[in-house]
Ligand binder design. Structure first.
Ligand SMILES: [Zn+2]
Length: 60
């Protein structure tokens, strides 16, 4: 199956709530809508995470 046919629409970028790892050495983050915990731990290093807003391609 392929979704590559048809005109390509530019993906708009929107302010998105994310969880961001508090560790300086770690780039871990996840979209808030992908996390199931109220206060998730970083999937990479298990540090605590803080909420942040990033500009990311919109999810459909
Ligand atoms: Zn981390």
């Amino acid at each position: 199956m392929s979704f590559s046919r048809g005109p390509k629409e530019p993906v708009p970028e929107v302010d998105t709530k994310v969880w961001s790892c508090t560790s300086d050495d770690c780039q871990g983050w996840m979209r808030e809508s992908y996390s199931f915990e109220e206060e998730p731990k970083c999937p990479l290093c298990e540090s605590s995470m803080i909420q942040e807003v990033r500009v990311l391609p919109e999810l459909k």
